[in-house]
Ligand binder design. Structure first.
Ligand SMILES: [Zn+2]
Length: 244
C-alpha cells in the first residue's frame, strides 16, 4: 500500500500544475474577450459612418422632392399666366394675380427649406470626409491591437499545451484510485480538488476551500498523514502546507 504522504504530495504537485493551467486558461479567455470588445468598437465606428451616409442620402431625397414640388408650382404659375390673357374682368384678373402671388410665396418657402437642407448636406459631407480618414486609421490601430492579442493567445495556448504534457506524465504516477477521486472533485469544484487546512490559532483551523471550521482531530490526522481526509462540506481533499 502506498503511503498517504506520498499520494498526498503527488496530488499537491498535480494541483500546482492544474492551477497554472487554470490561470493560463483564464488569461486566454480575458484576451478573447478583449478581442471581441475591440471588434465591436470597429463595428460601431463603421455603423456610425454608414448611418451618416444614409442620412446624406435621405437629405438628398428630401431635396429632390422639394425641387419637384417647386417645378410643379412653376408649371401652375405658367398656366395661370396663360389664363391672364383670356380674362375679361378686372375682378377675375385680380383673383388670378393673387393666386399667382400665393404660389410664388409657397415657392419661396420651399427654396428656403432647400437652402437649409443643402447646408445640412454640406456639414454631413464635411464630416464624412474627415471621418473616412479617421475611421480608417482607427480601424488600423485597433486591428494592430487585436493581432497583438492573438499573438498572446497563441503564447498562452503553447504554455497550456506544455503544462498539459507535464500534467499527463505526473498523472500517470499518481495512485489510480486517488487520481480518479481527485479528477471527480476537480471537475465538480471549479478546477480545485485540494484545499489546505488553514491554521488560524491554537484551536482554530478552517478549510481553505470553503472556510468551514476543521475539527481538531482532523487537523492532527492530516498533519500526521494517517489517512487522506476530505472536507465534509466542500468535498476537497485536505492537506497542510509545509511552512519552510
Ligand atoms: Zn471545505
Amino acid at each position: 500500500m502506498e503511503d498517504v504522504k506520498q499520494i498526498l504530495s503527488e496530488l499537491i504537485e498535480l494541483q500546482k500544475v492544474d492551477v497554472i493551467i487554470l490561470n493560463l486558461e483564464s488569461e486566454k479567455r480575458e484576451l478573447e474577450a478583449k478581442i471581441i470588445e475591440n471588434q465591436k468598437q470597429i463595428e460601431n465606428n463603421r455603423l456610425e459612418f454608414e448611418n451618416k451616409k444614409k442620412k446624406l442620402d435621405d437629405t438628398r431625397k428630401k431635396r429632390n422632392m422639394l425641387e419637384l414640388e417647386i417645378k410643379a408650382k412653376e408649371q401652375d404659375i405658367k398656366k395661370k399666366e396663360e389664363q391672364t390673357s383670356m380674362i375679361k374682368t378686372n375682378e377675375a384678373y385680380k383673383v388670378l394675380q393673387e393666386e399667382i402671388l400665393a404660389i410664388k410665396k409657397d415657392i419661396q418657402i420651399l427654396e428656403e427649406k432647400i437652402i437649409a437642407i443643402m447646408e445640412e448636406e454640406e456639414e454631413i459631407n464635411k464630416w464624412l470626409k474627415e471621418q473616412e480618414k479617421i475611421v480608417k486609421q482607427e480601424e488600423e490601430r485597433i486591428n494592430n491591437i487585436i493581432s497583438d492579442y492573438k499573438k498572446h493567445i497563441l503564447e498562452k495556448e503553447n504554455l497550456i499545451n506544455q503544462e498539459n504534457i507535464k500534467r499527463e506524465e505526473m498523472a500517470k504516477k499518481v495512485n489510480k484510485n486517488w487520481y480518479e477521486r481527485y479528477e471527480k472533485i476537480r471537475k465538480n469544484k471549479g478546477g480545485i480538488a485540494l484545499a489546505p487546512i488553514e491554521i488560524q490559532g491554537k484551536d482554530n483551523a478552517i478549510c481553505g476551500g470553503c472556510k468551514m471550521t476543521v475539527r481538531a482531530q482532523a487537523v492532527i490526522d492530516v498533519k500526521k498523514c494517517k489517512e487522506i481526509i476530505a472536507c465534509e462540506n466542500c468535498a476537497r481533499i485536505w492537506y497542510i502546507e509545509d511552512k519552510v
